[in-house]
Each structure stands twice: as structure tokens, then as C-alpha cells.
Write a protein that binds this ligand. Structure first.
Ligand SMILES: CC(C)(COP(=O)(O)OP(=O)(O)OC[C@H]1O[C@@H](n2cnc3c(N)ncnc32)[C@H](O)[C@@H]1OP(=O)(O)O)[C@@H](O)C(=O)NCCC(=O)NCCS
Length: 177
């Protein structure tokens, strides 16, 4: 089986953003099986089913890398810590999404990861703009996006959260290359 997304490995001072591998599946499953992660996302269910990590990695390995893909976020000397991905939204424009396992929160890692990913999205992937959105009760993600150059569009949209089982108000943001 191929690993996910033939994208480059991005190095930052503390992180590597690299291809997601089937070897990451057990660690990914252990870290993401956390209600406080799942409920801040649209698509991650809670509890996280057995086999879902492998299915996700397989799907990402076969996706169109011009339109979407994912990086594993690896903390140097600590290993796999989370996932950062770009997926086409309703309009077809790329939307960034991400999560980190709880032991890695509050240390500036995701700001570092998103910063590197956005530089690559503009200069390497060739995107002129990228969208994102965070639930109104997730200010930490809003801070990550603000610090990496995203601006609020003013749109607040209802978006379904699988883990909540209902829609949640989502503040939309945009990044321009
Ligand atoms: C959101 C998430 C990725 C942040 O990762 P992280 O590495 O801890 O983020 P960073 O440390 O780079 O930055 C977090 C910022 O939010 C701020 N913050 C944290 N909790 C906050 C709160 N309750 N209110 C306001 N700001 C908050 C931090 O102070 C920090 O900003 P600062 O550096 O200016 O002080 C992580 O908490 C996570 O995975 N959460 C669950 C999944 C998720 O929310 N995904 C995003 C969906 S849109």
C-alpha cells in the first residue's frame, strides 16, 4: 500500500510535515480518539472507529494531489503528533484543517505547522487563496489562523460536526498568497 499524498516534506525548526504513513495509524488512532479534538472538527467522529485511520490514509493516498492531501505533523524527537490537510470545500477552493494530539497542545506547534504549510501552499502548490473556518467556541484555532495570516471574511456559517451530531456556527477565514 502506498503512503498518503506525494507532497514534499516541509521542515521547520521543531517539526517535519511529511507524508502520512500506514505506520502512523495506531498512534493517530490513539491521539485522535479524544472528544475535545473531534468536537472541534466537522468530520472526525467520536468515538473513532477501528480501521478508520487506515481507511483515511488509503483515501488520501489515492486522492488528486492537485486538489487535496494531508501531512503528518511530526515533532522532532517526539514523533507523530497530528495531521494537517487541505481539502476542497463546497466551492472547490482548498480549505485547511488540522488537529494535534492533546500532549502537544499549547506549545506553538500548530502555528509553526500552519505557517510552513501556507508558505508551501502559495509558493510550491501554487494556490492563490485558501479558506478555513473554526467553530465559534474554538478560539485557540482562531488564534492559530490569525497568527498565520488568515483574515475573517465576516461570514458565520452553520457547519455540521459529526462528533456533535449537529451544526455549529463557524467563523470563516481566508488566506491570500
Ligand atoms: C487548535 C489546535 C490545533 C491548536 O494547536 P496548538 O499547537 O496548541 O496551537 P498553538 O500553541 O500554536 O497556538 C494556540 C493559540 O491559541 C491560544 N489559545 C488557546 N486556548 C485559547 C482560548 N481558550 N482562548 C483564546 N486563545 C486560546 C493560545 O494562547 C495560542 O495563542 P498565542 O500563541 O498567541 O498565545 C489544538 O488545540 C487542537 O488540535 N485542537 C482540537 C482540534 C481543532 O480544534 N482543530 C481545528 C479545527 S478548526
Amino acid at each position: 500500500m502506498a503512503d498518503a499524498t506525494p507532497w514534499p516534506t516541509l521542515q521547520t525548526s521543531r517539526l517535519a510535515l511529511r507524508a502520512l504513513s500506514f505506520e502512523d495509524a495506531p498512534c493517530l488512532t490513539r491521539l485522535v480518539n479524544d472528544a475535545e479534538i473531534a468536537r472541534m472538527t466537522t468530520s472526525i467522529p467520536h468515538r473513532f472507529p477501528d480501521g478508520a485511520a487506515e481507511d483515511f490514509i488509503e483515501r488520501m493516498a489515492n486522492c488528486d494531489a492537485r486538489r487535496e492531501g494531508v501531512f503528518a505533523v511530526e515533532v522532532r524527537d517526539r514523533g507523530f503528533a497530528g495531521v494537517l490537510g487541505f481539502h476542497p470545500g463546497i466551492s472547490g477552493a482548498p480549505e485547511i484543517g488540522y488537529w494535534l494530539g492533546r500532549p502537544y497542545w499549547g506549545q506553538g506547534y500548530m502555528t509553526e505547522a500552519v505557517g510552513a504549510a501556507m508558505t508551501w501552499a502559495g509558493d510550491g502548490w501554487g494556490k492563490r487563496y485558501v479558506l478555513s473556518g473554526h467553530f465559534t467556541d474554538n478560539p485557540a484555532s482562531g488564534q492559530v489562523l490569525i497568527k498565520t495570516g488568515f483574515l475573517y471574511t465576516g461570514d458565520v456559517l452553520p457547519r455540521y460536526s459529526a462528533a456533535r451530531g449537529q451544526e455549529a456556527a463557524t467563523r470563516m477565514m481566508v488566506w491570500l498568497a
